[in-house]
Write a protein that binds this ligand. Structure first.
Ligand code: ZN
Length: 186
């Protein structure tokens, strides 16, 4: 296990379409080590999710923290070669952050409900429906596998801010109920 260097915006690896991992390679030490390095790096940088291209590996794998219960060891979700199908027309907006775009945060609107099909870290096929914030995290991470960043999807550049200013001006308003969004770092 090791903590890897995170690629930041401007690095071409973040703009490449990542290659699928052949299912029979998932259980090999090489891929298992990559997945563990992704976990170690995500925790080191306090992320909620991490995609392989963010540690300079242009492969279709991502990890995210699946539940956020305080004082419990987080449950991790691994998605390899994921596919997303949008369910319904409803959208949700969240203030997103990204370890590859450090110090900044932006408001992005995405489909609220999705169906996800992928392989997990044991090479088993998984299929489930995600909604709300979890659906946003998955879509943010899956975008990394397509060479996209959340900043590409900010509709109004007024909704792009430094973290400090977000905490000072926007999160405060949120607490007062004026803005309905939650913050998240992916
Ligand atoms: Zn990201």
């Amino acid at each position: 296990m090791s903590i890897r260097k995170v690629a930041v915006m401007g690095n071409p690896v973040l703009r490449q379409v990542a290659k699928p991992i052949p299912p029979k390679e998932i259980l090999t030490p090489k891929v298992q080590e990559l997945l563990q390095d992704m976990v170690d790096t995500m925790f080191e940088y306090d992320g909620r999710g991490l995609a392989a291209p963010q540690i300079h590996e242009s492969l279709q794998a991502l990890v995210m923290i699946w539940d956020f219960e305080p004082e419990k060891k987080p449950t991790l979700l691994f998605l390899i070669n994921p596919e997303i199908k949008v369910l319904g027309d409803e959208k949700s907006s969240f203030w997103e952050g990204c370890l590859s775009v450090p110090g900044l945060r932006g408001k992005v609107s995405r489909p609220n409900k999705i169906q996800v099909t992928a392989l997990n870290q044991k090479a088993e096929k998984i299929e489930f429906v995600a909604e709300g914030f979890a659906a946003t995290v998955i879509q943010h991470e899956c975008d990394h596998l397509q060479g996209k960043l959340y900043v590409d999807k900010i509709e109004n550049m007024k909704d792009f801010t430094f973290n400090r200013e977000y905490s000072k001006f926007i999160a405060q308003e949120s607490l007062n109920g004026e803005i309905d969004d939650q913050a998240g770092e992916e």
